[in-house]
Ligand binder design. Structure first.
Ligand code: FAD
Ligand code: FES
Ligand code: FES
Length: 473
């Protein structure tokens, strides 16, 4: 049993004795006095607390760094990893991102600047994606209230893809010294890190009250906002089987602990519209930690993953020591935050079929802001056409009921039709008849109904080539 959490902080090996549910932000600022990392919103929204997390790539010889929100990140989650703060970016000289920000006048009050530097450095370090869209994506989780984004984006353009903007840190071999341990304890808290599905399922059976932790982007908000305690945690982050993505001839499948950033990479060639949705899922910081299993497990009626996955015909795998159950994802959700998951089970994976001949798929997220916002309505449409006739249709909504839901009558209105205006009007009318959404501060019931029905028409126009996708500026 280990009582310390081991990781690299700005290149230096650390072994710290701290409750595994203490937030990384509090530890950095209070225990280490590394106050470059700021606290703004304390709920993953503003990016002021951004840090880089480094993991050795599986089967690779490089360390991959990505930005994360330290305000909702628990200390247990950095065990076995490298943590880089804005102080650690600078060596003898300023880091190229810091230099570009300074030269470009990209900072005024400076409060957001460390977080912004971290986000750009994370993108620059990967060096693989270097377009403007990638820069906007990398910055979508960082709020700046005074400089304005143009000088910030310009600074990023100078550095990203230019080479040389590396993150100094440990080599892959050094991670052997901090191999994650299966159990960490500290000040009354217990943090399990099983490495295999078998060990996870045994723990799940023995400790049904322990918190199952994916990436912590939902659970971590309570940790930061309400200072809730996690006395016993089972982390899924190191479970091999849950970390794997697979591609077969006809399917893509994702282990439950696969992050949304990884899903984004996998689905882009197959379902570009799903990829556009995922780019609007939280921010890079959120997508780099948040998992597909966590999005399903949290069973939010406004989660973005389920409507898209349901319309694509996803099947979810639930695992326990008694065996594995498979079911259509729509059947997993029973009622508001109630699911099929038993106390001894975990979500193991979700799989979707690859696109079929004649298939058209679109998913639309309606929210108050383009980026980093929760859906008011999320609508996903998939049809398969053969010889001009709709042979199959799957339509699913989020934000319209207590659970993500399929729109059965609306699907029927399309099946057998030639996908003409009359059919899409019948589809929209069926949507209006089926749903009785709530009014809340995101939108009234009337607004939701109208938007949902209008999105059917948008889908029709989109598939007929009339709608030009609006990109974020
Ligand atoms: C700033 C911010 C922005 C966000 N934006 C979006 C957004 O745009 N769209 C959206 O849909 N969501 C959004 N979220 C919510 C969240 O990021 C997602 O729901 C994410 O996918 C959760 O995954 P996680 O691994 O972080 O879950 P966790 O927080 O680790 O867990 C969430 C729940 O799922 C359970 N769970 C996790 N894994 C499993 C498993 N394998 N089996 C059974 N139960 C499991 C946990 O016990 C917990 O109850 C946002 C959150 C924040 C803080
Ligand atoms: S303090 Fe705002 S995202 Fe962490
Ligand atoms: S420089 Fe003031 S918030 Fe960005």
């Amino acid at each position: 049993m280990a009582t310390t959490i081991r990781f690299f902080l700005n290149g230096q090996l650390q072994e710290v004795s701290v409750r595994p549910d203490a937030t990384v932000l509090d530890w950095l600022r209070n225990a280490q006095r590394l106050t470059g990392t700021k606290e703004g919103c304390a709920e993953g929204d503003c990016g002021a607390c951004s840090v880089l997390i480094g993991d050795p790539l599986i089967d690779g010889d490089t360390v991959h760094y990505h930005a994360a929100n330290s305000c909702i990140l628990a200390m247990g989650q950095i065990d076995g990893r490298a943590l880089v703060t804005v102080e650690g970016l600078k060596g003898e000289q300023l880091h190229p991102v810091q230099e570009a920000m300074a030269e470009n006048g990209s900072s005024q009050c400076g409060f957001c600047t460390p977080g912004i530097v971290i986000s750009i450095a994370g993108l620059a370090a990967s060096n693989a994606r270097a377009g403007d869209q990638d820069i906007h994506d990398a910055l979508a989780g960082n709020l700046c209230r005074c400089t304005g984004y143009r000088p910030i984006v310009e600074a990023a353009r100078k550095v990203v893809g230019a080479g040389g903007a590396t993150v100094a840190g440990p080599q892959v071999a050094a991670f052997a010294k901090i191999e994650p341990r299966t159990l960490i304890t500290g000040s009354g808290a217990t943090y399990h890190q099983p490495a295999s599905l078998g060990d996870l399922l045994q723990l799940r059976k023995d400790k049904p009250d322990a918190i199952l932790l994916g990436g912590g982007t939902d659970l971590g908000v309570a940790l930061a906002d309400y200072h809730s305690d996690w006395d016993e945690v089972i982390s899924l982050a190191h479970v091999r089987e849950l970390r794997a993505s697979r591609e077969t001839e006809n399917h893509l499948s994702f282990g439950a602990a696969v992050t949304w950033e990884e899903v984004l990479d996998r689905v882009t060639p197959f379902y570009p519209s799903f990829a556009t949705l995922i780019r609007r899922f939280g921010s890079t910081q959120i997508r780099s930690m948040g998992t597909v299993g966590g999005n399903i497990g949290t069973a939010s009626p406004i989660g973005d993953g389920p409507p898209a996955l349901i319309a694509l015909g996803a099947e979810v795998e639930l695992a326990s020591l008694s065996g594995h159950r498979f079911m259509p994802l729509e059947d997993f959700f029973l009622d508001y935050r109630k699911t099929e998951l038993r106390l001894d089970e975990v979500i193991a994976s979700v799989s979707i079929p690859k696109p079929k001949e004649g298939q058209a798929f679109r998913v639309y997220k309606i929210s108050k802001r383009y980026d980093q916002d929760i859906s008011t309505v999320c609508a996903a449409f998939s049809i398969i056409r053969e010889e001009g006739q709709v042979r199959g249709a799957r339509i699913a909504f989020g934000g319209m009921a207590a659970t993500p839901q399929r729109a059965g009558q609306a699907e029927q209105a399309l099946i057998g039709s030639s996908f003409d205006r009359k059919a899409i009007e019948a589809c929209a009318a069926a949507i209006t008849a089926q749903f009785k959404p709530l009014t809340d501060w995101r939108g009234s019931a009337d607004y939701r109904i109208q938007v949902a029905a209008n999105l059917a028409e948008r889908f029709w126009r989109d598939v007929n080539g009339e709608v030009v996708e609006v990109m974020a500026l």
